[in-house]
Design a protein. Sequence first.
Length: 118
Amino acid sequence: MSTEASNKLILAILQGDDYADTVSELTHNGFFVTLLNTTGGFLRKKSTTVMIGVSNDRLNEVLEILKHCAGHRKQTVYQQSAAMPQSGKFPSMPLVPITVDAGGVTVFIMDLQSIEKF
């Protein structure tokens, strides 16, 4: 990459398992990424921080990939209904679809003086 000041360093903190699809999409589009295993401070949940060095002219492309692969979205999960049987026995309970919030990415964008690869 060039050494002009329009380079950016993106730190993207991905929740849960979102990193696999996100990293795959980023590398497929020619971006080099570095993964850091991290833990959230408030909820103490596993997360992955992705470091991406990018030229300013490709910044929006990275942000769109992050939004698409790791941004907030609705997801359908299936769980058993909570109804208790009157007989005291537990027959197989049907799974009920429930829509939940999933994903989410926090992105920090910093100016870099240069990016060098040796």
